[in-house]
Design a protein around this ligand. Structure first.
Ligand code: NAD
Length: 443
């Protein structure tokens, strides 16, 4: 099938590569000329495990094309994916300007029937707006070409995006009527062989399904962070509590890890956007508001512990920081807890020496080059003469470090662990002061 994908970001590029892998002919279009030029040279704009070989192979065999020419791109596909960003507006609601700009472009250039699929995460009612935009644009050009609008939200996880798209848990398809159903089945048939993962519904339910999923996940995290803070106050260990509740199959072990707050391009903005949607309908979404508040507070947890240990004035202190991306296996720094930490430490006068396996370039792009934030090439190089080690992201390579070396390199044997990676008793035996989340301080 011929497929067009608008937006070559985490979602658009991965989806396009995976569709090309099963044999669809995919044309990707973006307004970012540099991104398109780079992709043609084999330079992939994001880090995502397994993505580079797929893109290279299918660009070489012609199944995957990259362009900035929207007219060509609209002509190419019988289905047109909209996978552009939906960043938060000033008030936190989802900004639809990129989505609607693509809808207008498709309407402008289409000369035969198209199925327009919104992949971007968009508020309930967006399919109606896309439909209206296409109709208005066509009317202004005196043309009437048939089209269907489908809501097909994406559930991939950054860091496991290729696998998630190759083996989706479910494929949500929201339609206004039965017209596009056969085509959607054909498009996703290669991913639907083991059992039927396609769930058809109306467009509004499909749009809300995406927000409900992300908000539920964010709720689990904020709930656990609330419990962790309580555990600390009450003298309990959240890791015991986590295992204790996870053993109940109604709760389960997944996604109940406490930490220094969730980040990324989705949870913070989607929780906020659903709050704004609810408020727009004069409904107070009390759980969602609490989820957001707890998370905003949790991002200050690590800087708070550092100041509790070293005092509020950190001038002359240097901290080794391991992990900058908002989670492992990605270079994405959007809303990462490390950003709050770095900003707070520098504001208190400290210097930060940071290392991340993938997010160094992105960190430099965000913070620039300065004397206060030094980026180093290995996790060991961050340690030398630092006053303490702080961990923000649970990369595999941080899980079993050489503690003797850490102790030898640091000025003080102090670790602040925002992801509860180590056993407090073991670290205490090794002579560390160890701060984790919801486990108290172990000396
Ligand atoms: P991104 O910012 O990485 O990529 C968006 C791309 O769209 C950019 O390359 C941008 O240049 C391009 N673009 C903007 N306007 C355009 C236009 N008019 N024509 C063509 N291209 C245009 O975004 P992303 O992380 O891929 O997210 C895209 C959408 O998918 C968002 O709504 C997001 O909420 C949703 N989503 C993201 C994830 C994730 O993990 N990143 C997961 C599920 C859903």
């Amino acid at each position: 099938m011929k497929v067009t994908v608008f937006g070559i970001g985490y979602v658009g590029l991965v989806q396009a590569a995976v569709l090309a892998e099963v044999g669809h002919q995919v044309m990707c279009v973006d307004v970012d000329q540099k991104k398109v030029d780079n992709l043609k040279k084999g330079i992939i704009p994001i880090y995502e495990p397994g993505l580079t070989p797929l893109v290279e192979q299918h660009y070489a065999n012609g199944n995957l094309q990259f362009t900035t020419d929207a007219q060509d791109a609209v002509a190419h596909g019988e289905v047109q994916f909209i996978a552009v960003g939906t960043p938060p507006d000033e008030d936190g609601s989802a900004d639809l300007k990129y989505v609607l700009a693509v809808a207008e472009t498709i309407a402008r250039f289409m000369s035969e029937p198209k199925v327009i699929i919104t992949k971007s995460t968009v508020p309930v009612g967006t399919a109606d707006k896309v439909t209206a935009k296409v109709q208005q644009t066509q009317a202004s050009l005196n043309k009437t070409v048939e089209f269907d609008v489908v809501s097909n939200p994406e559930f991939l996880k950054e860091g496991a995006a290729v696998n998630d798209c190759m083996r989706p848990d479910r494929i949500i398809v929201g339609t206004y009527n039965n017209n596009p159903i056969d085509l959607m089945r054909e498009l996703y048939e290669p991913f639907n062989r083991n059992h039927d993962k396609m769930v058809f519904m109306d467009v509004r339910s499909a749009e809300l399904t995406k927000y409900a999923a992300n908000c539920m996940l964010a709720t689990k995290i904020s709930f656990m962070n609330e419990m962790a803070n309580l555990a600390e106050i009450l003298g309990a260990d959240i890791e015991n509590v986590r295992k204790g509740i996870g053993s109940d199959p109604r709760i389960g072990y997944h996604f109940i890890y406490p930490g220094c707050g969730y980040g990324g391009s989705c949870f913070p903005k989607d929780v906020q956007a659903l709050i704004r949607t609810a408020e727009g309908e004069h409904y107070q979404p009390k759980i969602l508001q609490a989820v957001e508040e707890v998370n905003n507070r949790q991002k200050f947890k690590l800087p708070g512990l550092v100041k509790q240990h070293f005092g509020a004035e950190l001038a002359g202190k240097t901290f080794a920081l391991w992990g900058l991306s908002f989670k492992p296996n990605t270079d994405d720094m959007r809303e990462a807890s490390s950003r709050t930490l770095i900003t707070e430490l520098i504001a208190a006068g400290a210097t930060v020496k940071a290392y991340d396996p993938e997010a160094m370039e992105e960190t430099q792009r965000i913070f620039g080059v300065s004397d206060e934030l030094v980026l180093v090439g290995t996790k060991e190089a961050a340690l030398k003469n630092a006053d303490a080690l702080i961990i923000c992201t649970e990369w595999q390579q941080f899980r079993a470090p050489d503690f003797d070396l850490i102790k030898q390199q640091l000025k003080n044997a102090v670790i602040f662990d925002g992801r509860n990676m180590f056993d407090p008793a073991r670290l205490s035996k090794k002579g560390f002061v160890y701060y984790a989340i919801g486990r108290g301080e172990s000396v």
